[in-house]
Write a protein that binds this ligand. Structure first.
Ligand code: URA
Length: 241
């Protein structure tokens, strides 16, 4: 919400008072003096008046997890373990998954308490490249490379997939980079050629590569460096975190 609205919602300040506080440069957000009433603040922002804390700001949390096959990308599931069951963290109810993988897909998953960040990662407009290692039942030919570049028509959504890059690795293996996250997208793209995907593993999202030290089922917090680099490559403003 806007900083002026945040301040006016506090019982001690009238709107007139808020205007003055901003003009007099007495408000700091995350250590920076703010005078623009439109400046956006969030639950994660530290907000101070003359150095006195009005809101301490919740710590934002970001994790990468090596999802094993055989678990569900959901918060709860009546039958199967979920990816969140693999984390041992406080306040688990605040955490959610940024972008899903199918039950048998393995690889990089991002988990956070920052809804703004996860929306940014997953919304199609961001066009964040997601790279998958793929193994198929039948041979992958050069025709796939041009078809995926051109786009595959998905009748159900009545859309054509955005240009995707396919690198052939072996007769039945390839690396595919897509910038969307449509339902079962990779399987359906190979489905265009009636070729069944038998192994699917997400290696990276944007600049974030799955840490090779993480065994399936393991996770770790993202490093500040990774978060900053990720924001920079995603064109995400630092003020958003
Ligand atoms: N595409 C798929 O088909 N499945 C996934 O899990 C991810 C991308």
């Amino acid at each position: 919400m806007r900083v002026d609205r945040f301040l006016s919602n506090l019982p001690q300040f009238s709107r007139q008072h808020v205007r003055l506080l901003l003009i007099e440069k007495r408000i700091q957000v995350d250590g920076q003096v703010i005078s623009d009433p439109h400046h956006e603040v969030r639950a994660f922002s530290r907000i101070e008046l003359d150095g006195k804390i009005l809101q301490a700001g919740k710590p934002a949390r970001y994790f990468m997890l090596h999802k094993p096959p055989g678990c569900v990308s959901a918060t709860q599931d009546p039958e199967h373990p979920t990816v969140l069951d693999l984390l041992d963290e406080p306040d688990m109810d605040e955490l959610h998954i940024a972008g899903r993988l199918d039950f048998n897909t393995s690889g990089l998953m991002l988990i956070t308490n920052d809804g703004h960040w996860s929306r940014h990662v997953t919304q199609p407009q961001t066009k964040m490249p997601k790279v998958y290692y793929v193994e198929t039942e039948q041979e992958i030919t050069a025709a796939y490379v041009s078809k995926f570049k051109e786009g595959v028509y998905f009748a159900y959504e009545d859309l054509t997939t955005l240009p995707a890059e396919l690198e052939l690795l072996g007769p039945c293996s390839a690396r595919l980079s897509i910038v969307e996250g449509r339902y079962h997208q990779v399987k359906r793209m190979f489905g265009f050629f009636n070729n069944k995907v038998i192994r699917l593993h997400r290696e990276s999202i944007g600049s974030l590569m799955l840490d090779t030290q993480l065994a399936p089922g393991e996770y770790r917090a993202l490093l500040d460096l990774e978060i900053n680099l990720f924001q920079a490559t995603a064109g995400h403003k630092a003020t958003c975190l």
